[in-house]
Design a protein around this ligand. Sequence first.
Ligand code: ZN
Length: 586
Amino acid sequence: MPGISSETINDTSKNPVGLLVNRDEIVKELALLYGRKKLSLSGLGEVAKLIKRMGHDIPTSAVTILKTNNTPIRSKHFHHFSLKKGLLAKLKKGMINKESRVMKIQINIDGTQIFKTNSLDLWPILVRVTNSLDALPFVVSLFIGKGKPTNIEDYLKPFLEELIALQTEGLQFEDISYSIEVSSFVCDAPARAFLKVITGHTGYFGCERCNQKGVYDLYYRCTTFPQLTDCVLRTDASFRAKLQRQHHKGSSPLLDLKIYMISCIPLDYMHLVLLGVFKRLLTIWTGHWSKKHFKHKLGTWERQQMEKRLQRIRLSYPQEFHRVITSFKYANTLKAVELRALLLYIGPVIFKGILSDEKYNHFLYLHLAIRILCSPTMCKTYSHVARQCLQYFSFQFGKIYGINHLVYNVHSLIHLVDDCETHGPLDSFSAFPFETFLGTLKSLIRSPNKVLAQMVRRISELENISEMDQTIKTSIFNPENPAACVSTLRKHLKPNTRKDSYYLCENGTAVEIVGLSNTHVSFRCFTNPRNLYKEPMKSKNIDIFWSDGLEAKQNNLAISELKLVAKCWVIPMSRGCCVLPLLHQA
Ligand SMILES: [Zn+2]
């Protein structure tokens, strides 16, 4: 029988480091390869057969390699995995703070269409442990059917029963008891209304934060919430007591949990700001908003200039950005990550001199507020500025573009800072990680037959792969661990990729790293940094500036002396360039 016995393998003197000869190690690496490279099951089987022919005694069935759960699924529509099992898997990977005895969890519930051609929807309950080293979401329950789950009580029951038991008894792991704390439910507006059993965002009493009655606009057929100051806010007590009867459509099953019904169900900026308010603004400018009203549509010359600018900055996108905006011709189909790049980074450059001064300044209020709220440091120091900016932005939206635009999303901006004060920067309670995971889940479905059974098998494989994979993404900017910072910097710096070599230093200077030895770093500084904009705040105050370019002179410093705090995006302009610190890792 060909193959290498485990006795041979354990004799490390005969095996150079890194050579895979152990049967279990080969199977594990195959499973990880399947997960990382998204191989097909048959592709995985073929690779396994090839390895077997090379003399290794390994299984060739993908099901065996991936330890697929083949238990028959009773229901066609619903399956509950296990919250406890998912949490234990995260504890095995480790917590950010080893001393922590609290697991902070975020829950996401959202629906998505599985296939373009039929109306089958996927409604998973996803959970992520925000203070675990592995903060990727996992699936707790799964509903597949036409439309949303018909009975919310049945849909949430297994999950809530487990969560309530865990909250009461705690979770035991390696002789330590962990308490489970629900940080937030992160959902879009329709899913929040579904969970809270309240009137939807188009209803008269649809604002989740204040109890004003909306106004129905007969001409535009939408409900607006024009009151932007002195709103009477909802509280956990007023919600539980159903003080405003019209806001409620029944009793939410979430009332059984120990959570604050208002602040624990925050507004998600991915849907509210990016896909809601900012996309509305962009489509008004590009003429995609309405087929009848083109009052605010930009002229042909302006739109051509914007396209030219997009082309100019195409090659400047740092590697953290996976989608490049190529044109505004389909502005209505831009994805949330593209809208984020536009709002937080390239927008002030693209729209400068194209929009009228009034509209450009108005846009900057949203840009500045969201940049402040996305930054872990600025959202603390400048939250009052963000609050004023969003209040003014919403008010001016009605004044510039019409009162009919003061719909739920635009109005809700005035409540957004409250959530940052409770939960921290916007990305700590955004739907982005869940949306990415949902995309992965959808990609696992290979055919329209027995969709739930397919999903359950694929998810069991994902869980097994995740258990085997002990790699944890490290942050490049970890002040606690300078050695890790240098080693990650080395990985980030690639020859001939200047776009990924710009960094902001602790003293506010931006530099281009041009060389890195074991002890020293060579860099060049940007010349003549000045404000890109001065209103609503000088851009240099938030480390955004306009420069003529890089100095010719190279500087040298010991690695420990050049304290980097953020990576930067350097955007080419017709004269010079604009430097903006990145607020996102990927
Ligand atoms: Zn409100």
